[in-house]
Design a protein around this ligand. Structure first.
Ligand code: UDP
Ligand code: MG
Length: 327
């Protein structure tokens, strides 16, 4: 099932990347060239540049590169839809023509040399190979700390995501076919891919600086991205409201006992006991109700995603049946 000489597609989402693209294509093309010569990948391997509604000369440049490099292909999206959607679009388009796909950013921050390691892991039988940053020395202090806290938070929420892995990864054709069954529209790929299961591998690399141009992820987009990641994968925040409701409710019972006893002992100012008891009680009831409604919303949220309930890795049918089908 695993091709020893797979057709490898490299999918590159690009948004306003005119400054870096000529460099990127050169690097990626030479990586493919070397691997082809080594006999690691098929000569039909290709690079797909996805233009995510760039406002600069990115698309004309891709058209031009297609003329100059045999392996280059392009996909022009009609509007800017954001990195995750553009990447998914590229993967779904390219998977029909490849045995495995590597997704990589256009800016050469991810070391292209590890594509070879990814392919080696694929040939060993891995369906998904994650590129993991072994160090973020080159990232700014701010980017590093915010990213680290984000991964911690995701872990705290019980989400299965690979630490220090962005969207630099290899996926086999069948893993991509299964990913296509996730019909949700709020997508956060690095949280969804681990849900697939399959045999996975990891390769390490050092994150480099952007080769040219500037980051397309300013702080605002980064915060949105993090929020999207959490809310599109986890119902834990809703659970926290329910838990808070229980806590406040418990406090209200304690306060009720305290309020009534101080009232009976004549220690309380008149009116205080009824006020304090009802305040806590109503607070508790409200939070619990919101949490309860939230639980239903959480169910709806999982329901509307229509995610596959299971993914088959392999089936071993009885020989008898195989014969029956043959006849
Ligand atoms: N990108 C995209 N659409 C967008 C924003 C970014 O396709 O709306 C692409 C961008 O061209 C790059 C990748 O997503 O290939 C990652 O963006 P960037 O390198 O700017 O993010 P950073 O590395 O700074 O987090
Ligand atoms: Mg980058």
């Amino acid at each position: 099932m695993y091709h020893q000489k797979p057709i490898l597609g490299i999918v590159v989402p690009c948004y306003n990347e005119e400054e870096v693209l000529s460099l990127t294509v050169e690097e990626l093309d030479s990586v493919l060239d070397k691997m082809e010569k080594e006999g690691l990948v098929s000569s039909e391997s290709f690079i797909l540049f996805v233009n995510d509604g760039s406002r600069d000369q990115t698309w004309p440049l891709i058209e031009d590169l297609k003329g100059r490099y045999e392996r280059v292909s392009g996909l022009n999206l009609a509007a800017n839809v954001g990195h995750q959607n553009a990447l998914l679009g590229g993967l779904m388009t390219a998977k029909q023509h490849a045995d495995c796909l590597v997704s990589i950013d256009a800016d050469l921050q991810d070391d292209v040399r590890v594509i070879r390691d990814m392919v080696l892991r694929y040939r060993e039988g891995c369906d998904i190979v994650y590129g993991v940053r072994s160090s973020r020395k080159r990232d700014t202090w701010f980017k590093r700390t915010t990213a680290e806290s984000f991964y911690k938070l995701m872990e705290g929420l019980g989400l299965r995501i690979v630490n220090n892995h962005a969207d630099y990864r290899l996926m086999s054709r069948r893993a991509l076919d299964e990913l296509a069954r996730f019909t949700e529209v709020n997508i956060f790929l690095r949280g969804m891919v681990p849900l697939l299961g399959f045999q996975t591998g990891v390769v390490y690399y050092e994150r480099l600086e952007r080769a040219a141009g500037e980051s397309k992820y300013p702080l605002k987009k980064m915060i949105n991205f993090a929020l999207e990641g959490i809310t599109s994968l986890s119902v834990k925040p809703i659970r926290m409201v329910t838990a808070a409701g229980f806590v406040v409710f418990a406090v209200s019972i304690v306060m009720a006992i305290y309020g009534i006893t101080s009232n009976l002992m004549g220690k309380a100012v008149s009116g205080w006991s009824s006020l304090i008891v009802s305040m806590w009680f109503i607070g508790g009831v409200q939070l619990l109700s919101v949490g309860l409604i939230g639980e239903y919303i959480g169910k709806i949220y999982r329901e509307v995603k229509r995610r596959p309930l299971y993914i088959v890795e392999r089936e071993l049918p009885p020989a008898v049946r195989r014969k029956a089908v043959d006849e």
